[in-house]
Write a protein that binds this ligand. Structure first.
Ligand code: NAD
Ligand code: UD1
Length: 338
């Protein structure tokens, strides 16, 4: 298939492009490089032997989109482009609503006008808010998000739902990711956050490589087996493969589909520290800190719907996730500048 991948030089997008090219799909990446590096395209080529087309541009620019869809009859769009820093979204809500929501509406308009009505969207387990129950199935009601970033995901889901109701030619797959970590086994692409990482695994790897002194564990009084927060960490390559499998859902008449992409297994912050140390032999010093605002006790998926309907199941375990995160960080201590 001919696929347009928005945000394709980013962390999850780049891993998905690798899997798409490996399966023989033709890929164009559209990315404004606001949170990624053009050298990712060289790395993707080095891994796969195929160079994807790359267009530097913004999903908020309708002319850019119209030109892409006029030049090529894409079968589908996989839509990763978006801003994702939770704290920043609280400080700059309009920037998030404008980039993520206005950008997506622009994309959907251009797609519709050019007759490309198949889309896979990067949603998040954050739409469940404080989950009504765990493990979380897709029937779990959506909840109150704790930040504008989360609301953009929840609202975009609604926009795509309404679009599929209004016009039966649209097919949309909403993929609700749990916590992606890890990196391609080559160590050539991986997560490259700007500034001090907010998320657990990049913080751990930066402590391991000596860029940060120690990990702060945000709270040890949660209602979990060791008091620290429990999440469903999923290897980014498994997540990427989930997107390739989801392409099969973009058939006439499918309409809207929703899937959790997680492993079904929860790990606490201290479980992650222990597994990282065992997988890599590197010690992670840590201190217990107060809870972080907006965090919940536990969040993990029931991923059985994706297995049943897409034939997809996460295959990579926690040790592999830790070892692959570490290989990427060790080989690229300063990200793509190395
Ligand atoms: P990322 O920041 O690495 O990738 C996003 C990419 O989109 C970047 O390359 C950025 O330059 C690009 N981009 C942003 N705004 C753009 C615009 N207006 N026009 C064109 N390109 C633009 O993030 P990621 O971790 O790879 O996440 C990909 C998607 O998955 C995002 O939508 C994110 O919200 C969603 N998601 C991520 C996680 C996670 O934990 N990483 C969890 C759930 C959902
Ligand atoms: C966070 C976001 C979520 C977003 C996801 C991916 C919040 C409340 N949630 O999820 O909306 O989709 O990132 O970007 O911000 N932890 C530490 N020390 C750290 C970092 C994290 O103890 O330095 C703990 C957290 O308290 C949590 C766990 O590690 O228990 C995972 O945190 P994180 O990686 O930030 O992911 P989430 O909070 O699940």
């Amino acid at each position: 298939m001919k696929i347009l991948v928005t945000g394709g030089t980013g962390y999850i997008g780049s891993h998905t492009v690798v899997e798409l090219l490996t399966e023989g799909h033709e890929v164009t990446i559209l990315d404004n490089l606001s949170n990624s590096d053009k050298r990712v395209v060289d790395r993707i080529e080095a891994i796969t032997g195929v160079r994807p087309d790359f267009e530097e541009g913004d999903i908020r620019n309708k002319d850019t989109l119209d030109k892409l869809f006029s030049d090529t009859a894409y079968d589908a769009v996989i839509h990763f482009a978006g801003l994702k820093a939770v704290g920043e979204s609280v400080q700059k809500p309009l920037m998030y609503y404008e980039n993520n929501i206005a950008g997506t509406v622009n994309l959907l308009k251009s797609m519709g006008e050019h007759g490309c009505k198949n889309i896979i969207f990067s949603s998040s387990a954050t739409v469940y808010g404080t989950p009504a129950f765990v493990p979380i199935t897709e029937e779990c009601p959506k909840g109150t998000c704790t930040n504008p970033y989360g609301w953009t995901k929840s609202m975009i889901e609604q926009i795509m739902t309404d679009l599929c109701i209004s016009d039966k030619e649209w097919n949309a797959v909403l993929l609700r990711y749990f916590n992606p970590i890890g990196a391609h086994e080559s160590g050539m692409i991986g997560e490259n956050p700007n500034g001090i990482p907010n998320n657990l695994m990049p913080y751990v790897t930066q402590v391991a490589v000596g860029r940060l002194k120690e990990l702060g564990v945000f709270g040890n009084d949660y209602n979990t087996h060791d008091g620290t927060g429990v999440r469903d960490y999923i290897h980014v390559v498994d997540l990427a493969i989930g997107h390739v499998k989801a392409l099969s859902k973009l058939k006439a008449g499918s309409g809207l589909s929703v899937y959790n992409l997680g492993t079904g297994q929860g790990y606490s912050v201290l479980d992650i520290v222990k597994n990282f140390e065992e997988a890599t032999g590197v010690k992670i010093p840590y201190v217990i800190k107060p809870r972080r605002a907006g965090d919940i006790d536990e969040c993990y998926a029931d991923p059985s719907k994706a297995e049943k309907e897409l034939g997809w199941k996460a295959e990579r375990g926690i040790k592999e996730m830790c070892a692959d995160s570490w290989r990427w960080q060790k080989n690229n201590p300063n990200g793509y500048d190395d």
